[in-house]
Each structure stands twice: as C-alpha cells, then as structure tokens.
Design a protein around this ligand. Sequence first.
Ligand code: B3K
Ligand code: ZN
Length: 863
Amino acid sequence: PTPTLLEDYTPPSHELTSVYLDFDLQPSATSVRSKIDVKRLRDEPLVLNGENIDLRSVKIDGKVLKRTDYKLDQEKLVLAKTPESFVLEIETVCDPSANSTLMGLYVSGGRFCTQCEAEGFRRITYYPDRPDVMSVFTVRLEADIATYPYLLANGNKIEDGAVSDKTGRHYAIWHDPFPKPAYLFALVAGEFDVLEDSFTTMSGRHIPLEIYVDPGNASKAEYAMDALKRSMKWDEQVFGREYDLDLFMIVAVRDFNFGAMENKGLNIFNSSLLLADAASATDMNFERIESVVAHEYFHNWSGNRVTCRDWFQLCLKEGFTVFRDQEFSADQRGGAVQRIKDVRALRGRQFAEDAGPLAHPVRPNAYMKIDNFYTATIYEKGAELIRMLKTILGAERFRAGSDLYFKKMDGTAATVEQFIACFEEASGEDLTQFMRWYEQAGTPKLKVLRETISQGAHRIHFMQSTKPTPGQSEKSPVVIPIRWQIVGDNGALSEPKLTLLTGSGTSVTYPRIDEPYSVSILQDFSAPVTLETDATTDDLLRLMGADPNAFNRWEAGQTLARHLIANMAKAIETGVTPPADTALKGYCEALKKTLDDPDFNNAFKAFVLTPPASSEVMQSLEQVDPIALHEASKWLSRAIGDLLRDDLLDRYHALADTHDFRPDARSAGRRALRNRCLALLASRQDPLAATLSQTQLSESTNMTDELAALMALTRLGGQRVETTMEDFYTKWESDPLVLDKWFSVQAMRRHADGVHAIEQLTESSRYQRNNPNRVRALVGGFAMGNPELFHRIDGSGYRFFTDQVLDMDSRNPQIAARLLGAFEIWKKLDDRRQDMVRGELERVIASNPSKNVLEIAEKTLGA
Ligand code: B3K
Ligand code: ZN
C-alpha cells in the first residue's frame, strides 16, 4: 500500500454546485439516489470514492451510462470524460445493519445514524470524498413511521409528511444552505425522547435547541443542554461567533467510535459524553460533557464555516477547537485547575507519542489511514501551538487574528499557512519561524542553568534541543515563549517576565537578591516542552510553598514526586534500598502546607495531592521495569498516606456532603479532595479506610462518591471485593454507561488468577465485543491502567491484549488500531519485555490485518 502525501495535493477537478440525496431507509438494504450539479474545472477525469456499496446505475444528464463508460474498482468510480457542466445521478445500495465499522451509515440500538469524518461518506454513495469539495446539500429521508418517527439531517427542515403511495412510510426533506464537505453530512432516523430548549443569539435570532436521546433518558440530557447554552453565549462573547442555522440538534448514540462529531447543525454524540445525572455519572463525566458539547459546538465556526483543505490540515480545526474548549472550561471552572488538567493530559498522552515510534508533526506530511491521525499530537499539541500564538501576540492581537481568519476564510477549505497568515496580517508580526512547530515532531527540551556573575547578579541561560524522531533526524530551533519569575520564601521577588527563545540558546540577567530565592520557570506551562533545570530539592520546596503562579506550585510538587518515584524504581530494580530520603519529608510537609492553605480551592489541592502517574514518570527514564515503576509509584502514595494520615482523615470528615448533589466546579472540587484523601488512606492499607469506604459505598447518593469508594475497596483488596463488585453490577445492571465503569474497574484491579480473569470477562455474556465503549473500558483499561497484569513477565498480558486487538480488527479496524497504540511505549521497557512485545507486533503483521492496524503495527515496530 502507498501512503498519501501532502506534497501530492492537487485542487479538485470538478465543482459540485448542489447535491440532492434521496434515502430509502431499510436496515439491511438502504437505497441512496444522488443528483449532483457538476461543473468541470479542469479537463481531467471525475474521481468518485466509494467503498462497500453496490452501484446500481450512473446517469449523466439523464442518460444511463454503459458499463464501458466508466471505471469501477473497490475504492472508486472514475468518469474519464465529462461534459463541462452536467447533472450526475447515481444510485447505490448499502447494508447499514451489517456495518460493524461504525463508519458511514449504520444501525445503533435500532436507529439509523452516520459517521462520515474522515472518509465515511464514501460508504454511503460514490462521491468526491475530500474536504475541499464543498457543496450545498438537500436531503430527503424516507422510512417506516412506526419504527423511525424522527427523520433528521443537517440544516433546516423544509418539508415532511406521509408518503402517499406507500402505507406506513413517511418522509422529511432537509436543506443546509451552508456549503460543506461530505464529512460533515449526517442523518439520523429512529425513536427518541427529545429535550427541548432555546437560545437567543447576539443579533436576536431565536434558535430552538433539541437533544435526542433513548426513550426515558431526557432528564439525563439536561446538563448537556445547559452546557450548550453556555457555550453558545461564550463563543459570542469571547470569539464573536454567532450561530447560523435556524435550529441546532444533538443526538446521543450508544455505538460510536469516538467522543462526538460536529456535523453541521446535527451533532452526534457517544452517549457516554452526553448523558449524566447525579446517581449514574461522576464529576469527571459532567466535566467532559461540558467540554465536548462546547468543542463540537465551537466547530461550527472552526471546522464547519472554515474547514480544512485536506486531512493534513486537521490541526487547523482540531487544535484550534481544543484550544477554544480549554479556554471555555477555564472560564467555567477556574484557570489554574483547568491548566493542570490539560497539561496532565498532554504529558500523559502527547509527550509519550512524541517520544515514541508513532511521533509525527502537528501537521503530518504522509499517512496510510487518516483515521490513525486523530492523535494527541494533532489535538492536544495542536492546541498548545494556538496557546503559544496567543502568548506571543497578546490577547488583543490574537483576537484580531482570529476575527480576520473567520472573515477572510469563511466558506472555504483552508490551510495552516492561511491561518497563520491572518495572524501575521492582523498583528504585523513575522511568524515564519512559528510554522516550525507545525512541521517538526518531537518535544523540545528546554535546559535552564543559573550562573552568578559580578556583584552577585545572576544570569539564567535558556537552551533548547530536540531529539531526532522517525523520519526527521535534523531539528531546528523553534520559538519558545518562556514565562519566568523570581520567587523567595514569601512569594514574588520580581514581576513575571516573558522571554522568547528563538535560537538554540539565550540568557537573561537580573540583579543581586539578598535572600534565598528560586526561579519559577515556564509558568502556566507557557510552551509544550520538557524542562531540565539545575533546581535543587530546596528550590522545588520553595516553589511548592511560595510560587505566586498556582500552576507552577503544583508543577514543583510534580517534579519532586517524579524524582522520588524514579529513584525508588531504580532501587527496586537493582535491589539496593535507597537511603532515607529527606526530600520525601519536605515534600509531604509542603503538601500539608497546601492542604491547610485557605487561599487554594479544593480542586487544586486534590491535584497537588496526586503524584504523577507512572506512565508519566516512565517518559523521564531511558528504560525501566514497568512493574518496579508501578511499585515505586504505589510506595509514594503509601508514604504520603503514612506521613499525613491524621490530616487526611480530618480532611475527609470535614469535607462531607451537606447538601444535595450539584455538578458545579466548587462541589466537584470538594468531592475530588475528599476522595483523594480516601484513596491515599486506602493506599496505606489503613483498616479505617476500609470502614470509611464501605460506609461511603452504601450511603453515597452520587456516582462520584460511589465509584471512588468502590475503587478504594478494590485497592484495599480482601475477600469482600468479589461480592462488592457483584453487588455493584446487580445494582446497575440496566445502565450500560455505569456498566462500562464496572468493566474498567474490573480491568484495572488486582485479580487472584491474573490475566485469566480479564479473559473470562471478555467471554462473559455481560461483555459486548461490538460496542466500542465496552471494549475501551475492558481491553483499553487493562492495557493502559493495569501495569501489573499487562506487563506480566510471562507475557500473558501482551498475548491476551494482542488477541483482543486482532479480534476487534475483524469488525472495527479503527478501534483495533487505536487500542494497539498501547504498545507505543515499548522501547522504554526492559529488554526481556521488549522482545515479547516485538513478537506480538510481528504476529499482528503476519496475520493480514486491516490497513489501519498494519500502519500502527509497522510504525510501532519501526519496520
Ligand atoms: N471531528 C471529530 C473526530 C472525528 C474522528 C474521525 N476518526 C470529533 C471532534 O474532534 O470534534
Ligand atoms: Zn474536534
């Protein structure tokens, strides 16, 4: 198979001035008739993509083409010679009920729905399925009225009624006046409950809002509706973006390949990112719903009104929209805490990706399957680039650039260059070097050294370097905005400064300071880099206690904890016990100080009390035994629990619920800190923690506390775990979203009979191997969240996991390929485990997998 290359881009040969689609919806044989007004732009063949559909007829200007008039293969229909302008009519048939890929038109829970991004539309009809072909769509849907009472598509409904000559069938016609690429097409048909509300836009237009959910679930969409209205308002206030259609709809479905999809006027959501109530959803679920509802809504401008010229430009809509949803969440829930969450996610997934065999630039220049490029790099690092742009330009010039972009590029399919050019034009700044961030893979390392110069004055040296990544051995300096400040024992000793590092090194000086101080570097994580500094433990402790930048206070604690865990992991691996560490005591004292500080909110304190995950520590190491690392990370939690036991206990009691559940940030922060205390107590196997967890489990009236108690109990272990797990299952048997949580707890906990227990779960009738949420919960949870079993030295974890990936690949290659990404860290493992992973990857390649899985396996292996 040959890769698609950015440099091969050529503009479309034909323009589609309008598209009319007529669907006769039947679960196992849906017929699709399209009628397209085509204008030829260049004297070239018209290439229409198509996959897994039966072609019934092709007509040009009403005349049926003979089989010899066109070329047809598994992937496309080619019309070699076309008139200058003509009407193209195509009839195809597809089988939605047999579509297990969940791309194109498929059936979920007896309802029709679609997923077209990136290349799903070609599973519906033959079409130039590329984002730079934009057209105005009119869509007619016809289906049985009893089974499919609602018929939805993009835009505004212009007509509906009974089909006169067919009893029991009805139809609806939808028109979307905004030209769009095929990937934004959507239709939905089925029985739903509808939650209705409305929003009045800044120019006074009244927009009905409708959320479609499984019957009985309408009240669970109330939070999403509230988040939607807040998002609409926020985008008007902060980015000047107003909604454009006469109606906005969201539909929740159970079977979905990822989180949600921004189809024009008809967003489709994975029900796990839409449905929530106190009893069944955690605070984390509420938070995710808020941010994803906002994200998909924000795409209406950053993605839909201005779309991408080709899929290499994916970050143009995704990085920008992630940045926008992060800013929204920060405004809704507090800046420092949001920044911590975003940086944790970035480090956890994107840094690992950028340091491993799957590293690629934010704008890649080659791919086999575009589905494999919906990555943390394109989304999360892409968002960091926009954030740096704002830092470099300042808020006002950033907004001017954004306004210009939306004005100038509206209705077009744009490139990253065009986006950046708008910011250059609006700000007068030269952003040529900034483009390197889009082109160069790998996380730059920022090295910071202090030097004393004459009369006690100081100099700070900033130096950057980036390691080679696959296919990119030479790296050039990028522009790194560094926010820094001098901090003494009682807080700031200087104003915060912004230094732009553009070459490989630069230095700044500051005058003599007559008291002990430290430098707070990269405040608010002003650039997506790794830091290497000469900071001592004393420096880190000072920053933990006195940095005026809340983010960096947290960061200092994380750095210290990372050192503690890494040292302990080495000690466990080599069998040499480390000397009693004074850093540990200082660290715990600093934690206590933050815990008692009334200036910080509970959500922030909960993060400070959470040491970095072992996966994050792994990145700072060359090679490590993952089990030793996991033990080291457990050791640190236990040590915190030991040293702060009484404080944690007091805090746990003091934070008890006094009012009914509210999902707001403040209440969530309180629960987060309380449950964090419980988790730390449980990690020291405190008998009291068992009692507290049992009580919390039986008395809690919300899922946040219920699940936290359940997890604490599994951490504590013992014979009662099995019955507790069963009781939980029985209680929630009828709620698939809660059962997904049950499966992830199962996936991540200890089991007496090891991997076999997980294997049995995949064979039980409770499991649903066709449902991505369930597979992610069990198989994904196992690979990413159960290092003890996944990395078993007998290889049983890797073997079982690989079997599951291959099994999934036969039905849903996208999900299979995504799961396989769990092996991306394999070069960090010890030699013995590397050999075993290599064996599994070779087995995958030999098994004739899908193109999606093959691409990931080969790249991971470095083949
Ligand atoms: N744009 C979609 C993602 C589509 C993924 C296709 N494999 C959701 C989002 O990012 O908003
Ligand atoms: Zn998106």
